[in-house]
Design a protein around this ligand. Structure first.
Ligand code: ZN
Length: 471
């Protein structure tokens, strides 16, 4: 299903506004790691992109875990002795400790206090707290709300259910010309919080929509699932697919105005690591983090028995912004322009993965005569003459069939897109030819599998290039 048409230039204002619009729609839903809020979110995503929903029953063994009971909530409040709601789930779903068991009781403030969670350092914000694996209940409220509660009796109600049901996740596959896959994972389990995690959801949706319009040699598999138990569940049900996954990215916290942050995969120098670092370096201010078994679902994809080359892209990372896991992670924190920038950078990373192939100089003895082939004349028409010329000369020098395009761009100190455009020029005039890919460094596949990858590269490459030539 590779369309012949190349994508239109990305309209970043439109895409930023669309992503923000989806965040606005999803914001009120009370999500969790299971339940109807999660399902409603996935159905809304499914209205934007082709999404297959999977329901995994409670109790299903998933590696060392079991799918938990399903949690649903209808309402919750704390009422004072005048019958006034002093804490109301309908005003913010963060008010309930996520996964609280049902309760109906009347108790004194002293009895209630151990069940109340606040943020004294940020007295106007409601904290986000969960208790997925210990059956308990509680409320989260601002310190100011708590300070305003006089001694007395309070009615507490949590109208929830915790019962056998399902864990739901969604999956979308965009097929490329090969079975090699790029896996993109984003968690979808947080209630009314925008940057963590609705920005990742909106970005993944926009990525599907953008990639669907592009020619693809890779297949792209998007998984929208709850954090931790969701990625573990997906992995345990898809072990037979893992050999096809060549690159991966966990997306989260991509709508705040902070600088982009890439966290390297457990492999440390996987192709995705080099592609992401290349894009961020050329994009300006950014941060690179080393892999650690902490953070989001890169922990699961980078566990030793899985060990996928999967990095993580955020702007401000988890825990790296004061609003993290509080009611202040709201619609004011995320910005359409930050979402649009995140989308553009992700697409650049995937452009590198798509175009990172090996070429061979067909006229390697001395410099070929470029003017005769119209390449000097063509250079005259561009503002980036020196860089374009540099790119052509570096390509002719390093295109020995051993170096991938990203290696050449890095050696030349040039942006990948520029070197790619120069390679297209040289391909058109026959001075470059495609070469099968050499085995990747640090690849966990066996030598036999690497050889297979190389053969595939040779088979698919001419098709990929033909499209470029007919542009
Ligand atoms: Zn979180």
């Amino acid at each position: 299903m590779t369309p012949a048409k190349l994508p239109k230039p990305l309209d970043s204002v439109k895409s930023g506004a669309e992503m923000y619009g989806l965040i606005q729609e999803l914001y009120p839903l009370c999500r969790s790691i299971t339940g109807d809020g999660l399902r409603a979110t996935l159905r809304r995503i499914g209205a934007c992109i082709p999404l297959t929903l999977h329901e995994v029953p409670t109790g299903t063994r998933v590696f060392d875990w079991a799918v938990p009971k399903e949690w649903n909530i209808r309402d919750a409040w704390i009422k004072n002795d005048r019958g006034e709601k002093v804490v109301d789930f309908r005003r913010s779903n963060l008010h309930v400790l996520n996964y609280s068991v049902p309760v109906r009781a009347t108790m004194t403030l002293a009895e209630l206090r151990p069940r109340l969670f606040t943020l004294p350092a940020q007295p106007d914000w409601i904290p986000y707290r969960t208790s997925y694996y210990e059956e308990t209940w509680g409320f989260c409220l601002s310190q100011r709300q708590l300070d305003a509660l006089p001694d007395g009796n309070y009615e507490v109600v949590i109208d929830s259910t915790l019962a056998d049901g399902h864990l739901t996740y969604g999956e979308c596959l965009l097929r490329g010309t090969t079975r090699d896959e790029v896996l993109i994972f984003t968690h979808v389990c947080h209630p009314s919080l925008c940057n963590d995690n609705l920005s990742g959801v909106a970005l993944a949706v926009a990525l599907v929509q953008s990639l669907a319009l592009r020619p693809r040699r890779y297949s792209y598999r998007f998984v929208f699932a709850p954090a931790t138990i969701g990625s573990i569940t997906w992995l345990s049900r898809n072990e037979n697919r893992l050999a096809h996954i060549k690159h991966g990215l966990v997306l989260a916290c991509l709508g705040d105005p902070g600088k982009l942050t890439y966290k390297k995969s457990r492999h440390d120098d996987a192709e995705i690591d080099r592609a992401a670092q290349h894009v961020l370096r050329h994009a300006g201010e950014h941060a690179i983090l080393e892999f650690s078994p902490w953070g989001y679902d890169e922990r699961q994809f980078g566990s030793p028995g899985i060990n996928l080359p999967m990095g993580r892209l955020t702007r401000s990372p988890n825990g790296g912004f004061p609003e993290y896991h509080t009611s202040a992670d709201n619609l004011d924190l995320v910005r359409p322009e930050a979402l649009a920038d995140s989308l553009a950078r992700c697409l650049q990373i995937f452009d590198i993965l798509e175009g990172n192939v090996c070429y061979r100089n067909t006229s390697p003895k001395g410099e070929p005569q470029l003017g005769r082939r119209g390449l000097y004349r063509k250079m005259g028409g561009f503002q980036d003459i020196p860089e374009r010329q540099w790119a052509i000369l570096w390509l002719l020098n390093l295109a020995t069939g051993e170096h991938k395009l990203l290696d050449i761009a890095e050696r030349a100190g040039l942006e990948f897109s520029l070197v790619r455009a120069a390679a297209d020029d040289l391909l058109r005039c026959g001075l470059l030819a495609l070469r099968p890919e050499p085995p990747l460094r640090g690849r966990r596949s066996k030598p036999a599998e690497s050889a297979k990858v190389g053969t595939k590269g040779r088979a698919r490459a001419p098709q990929h290039r033909r499209k470029t030539r007919t542009r």
